[in-house]
Ligand binder design. Structure first.
Ligand SMILES: *Cc1c(COP(=O)(O)O)cnc(C)c1O
Length: 414
């Protein structure tokens, strides 16, 4: 009955697809870092006991070890204890959660926000609340796994649209006779780093009377003048409110972003019109039937949203690091001769496509031997034959740390 697991696990190993976890801890406890050790904050870790410079996290702004967030969490623990004790609709919703939702809605410039304990839960819960049997979902081929799972759970008719293909989306929308239509897409694609054309998507959804849901896990905090995310990047809405050209046109929009990446903590939120957010709160099963995140998570996030607004220098520094990395890698032999491909990306995600699983793992191991940790991403996370190093930059990195990565990749023997 159970020996097949051994065969299946061996198959994974044979295809270089068996994953293993590493135990990761900050090299120095963040609370004990001296001023001259700032470069170690949120960049340098013990990975299975070995010190490593990390380019693997989604901590794009370096907030996971920010003193203001840590202090807010400590204070909230002293006030609330450590557990939320129940789901938000029973007795797990604290004043910190309520205030966080108001802060988030104001920050992205939409009427209302609803906080979920995880981004996975937000998508898997919200999509089936928005559409069901008899409806249709139009989902980009490169969407994140939890969007795919949300679509499946919804039982709506699923149309997988070729990546970023507006013409194909238009054709599919025009042909659909479904009762309700939902277009759903990553706003910044998590393994490629490119930004979706949200204005064009919104315009298409207006023409065919569809809803649009965007997942801004990798744009929130990073894009937009105040880190409001992809909507502000496109001049649609942000901390200053809805842009004149888009006023009265965002009722069909459902914005989702995660808070465990650039916001440095954990969880996610869904934002949009009052009526849609009220409905999601009433119907999302991952909201109703899961224990709320503890209040100190919400408190740390409030401090995080404040830092995102108040410290634009983090975004400027991140942009400078991105330029430095791309310039530094331009001289790399494997890129010049076309064996490796650095995908175009204006975000913190800088994917270096290597090709086979085996080759990507070999490059990862060579970097590891030089004290640098960059995760190799393999199928099914990315299409077959496009295994890659997902170099992820953080505002916590220094220019010297980026130079070290470039030098290590340049000297790697072919
Ligand atoms: C990380 C991620 C999620 C899941 O968010 P969690 O908070 O980690 O559960 C959802 N969508 C995208 C695009 C992501 O990258």
């Amino acid at each position: 009955m159970t020996t097949w697991f051994d065969d299946a696990l061996q198959q994974l190993a044979a295809h270089h697809l068996q994953r293993r976890r590493r135990q990761v801890a900050p090299l120095h406890a963040p609370a004990e870092l001296a001023p001259h050790e700032e470069a170690l904050r949120a960049t340098t870790y013990l990975v299975d006991g070995q010190p490593r410079l990390s380019f693997g996290s989604n901590d794009y702004l370096g907030l996971s070890q920010h003193p203001a967030l840590m202090a807010a969490a400590h204070a909230a623990i002293d006030r609330y204890g450590v557990g939320a004790t129940a789901s938000p609709l029973v007795c797990g919703h604290s004043p910190e959660h309520e205030a966080l939702e108001a802060d988030l809605a104001r920050h992205v410039g939409l009427p209302r926000a609803l906080y979920f304990y995880a981004g996975y839960a937000a998508n898997v819960g919200a999509i089936p609340a928005l559409v069901g049997k008899g409806d249709a979902v139009f989902s980009d081929a490169l969407n994140h796994a939890c969007i795919i799972d949300g679509v499946r759970l919804s039982r709506a008719e699923a149309h997988i649209v070729p990546h970023a293909d507006l013409a194909a989306l238009e054709t599919a929308l025009r042909a659909s006779t479904a009762r309700r239509k939902l277009v759903v897409t990553d706003a910044v694609f998590s393994m490629d780093g490119n930004v979706a054309d949200v204005p064009a998507l919104l315009a298409l959804c207006e023409r065919f009377d569809a809803m649009l849901m965007i997942d801004d896990a990798h744009g929130f905090g990073v894009l937009g003048p105040q880190g409001e995310g992809t909507l502000a990047h496109h001049g649609i809405a942000g901390a200053a409110g809805v842009a004149p050209a888009w006023q009265g046109r965002l009722d069909r929009l459902i914005y989702m972003a995660t808070l465990g990446k650039s916001a440095g903590v954990a969880g996610a939120f869904v934002a949009g019109s009052d009526r849609i957010i009220e409905w999601v709160m009433q119907k999302a099963r991952t909201y109703m039937f899961a224990t709320a995140a503890p209040a100190h998570i919400a408190a740390a996030l409030r401090a995080g949203v404040q830092v995102i607004q108040d410290e634009p220098g983090r975004r400027t520094h991140l942009a400078a690091l991105r330029a430095r990395l791309r310039e530094g890698l331009a001289g790399c032999e494997a890129i010049r001769d076309g064996r490796w491909r650095l995908l175009p990306s204006d975000t913190a995600i800088q994917p270096l496509v290597i090709g086979s699983n085996e080759a990507a793992l070999a490059v990862m191991a060579a970097l590891d031997a030089q004290g640098i940790w960059v995760p190799a991403i393999r199928p099914p996370t990315v299409p077959d034959g496009t295994a890659r190093l997902r170099i992820s930059l953080s505002a916590a990195h220094t220019a010297e740390q980026v130079d070290r990565l470039c030098a290590a990749l340049a000297t790697r023997p072919a």
